[in-house]
Design a protein. Structure first.
Length: 200
């Protein structure tokens, strides 16, 4: 019995460590309120855009970027955070600056993929695609990791080549998603609607 309890404790410790390891970057935490990201953006005088999807009234999407160059504390050009009922469930870093060549972006993609592999473990390759439409060739490749069921990390590269002008551009994203928290929030009772002010 004692050995079974010890094995369970070891398993749960590993599970909790796995969840703690896969936290969003930039000091964000799962379940954070939007104020954390807005305060960080304000401290660095960054541009903030807030989207309120009409078909998903409980969702808030906050995008942060600066007019020129990468964001502080990261080489990303933009970050995007999704909040369900005011709690962080997804965080994405978008890479690929306008002055970077496709070769430079692809090299940065491979470098960060290796760093993430060292930090979080081996990634699984997703299906890689290439398509050509109106003389533009699009190639995508992606890798994902799910260290604990419901905690998801994805890194995906997109290259677009203009076959007529023989030019190419590239960008990639790193997505962190916590489906466990999302499902927990969705099963919680919805908060009451704010009371409308009474008329005179």
């Amino acid at each position: 019995m004692a050995s079974r309890v010890l094995l369970l404790a070891i398993f749960l410790t590993g599970l909790l460590r796995g969840q703690a390891v896969l936290e969003p970057p930039l000091g964000m935490k799962w379940g954070d309120t939007p104020e954390h990201l807005i305060e960080w953006a304000g401290k660095h005088k960054l541009d903030i855009r807030i989207d309120l999807p009409g078909k998903q009234p409980e969702l808030r999407i906050i995008r942060v970027r600066r007019e020129v160059g990468a964001l502080p504390e990261t080489k990303a050009r933009e970050v995007e955070a999704r909040y369900l009922r005011g709690r962080l469930i997804e965080f994405t870093e978008h890479y690929g600056l306008p002055d970077q060549s496709a070769v430079e972006v692809a090299a940065e993609f491979e470098k960060l993929r290796k760093e993430l592999t060292v930090r979080h473990g081996r990634f699984v390759a997703n299906q890689q695609d290439r398509s050509v439409t109106d003389q533009f060739a699009t190639r995508t490749k992606a890798y994902h990791r799910e260290p604990v069921r419901g905690l998801f990390l994805l890194i995906a590269l997109t290259e677009i080549e203009d076959l007529l002008r023989e030019s190419k551009e590239a960008s990639f994203s790193i997505l962190y998603r916590n489906d466990n928290l999302r499902q927990r929030i969705e099963t919680e009772p919805a908060p009451p609607a704010p009371a409308l002010p009474e008329g005179p």
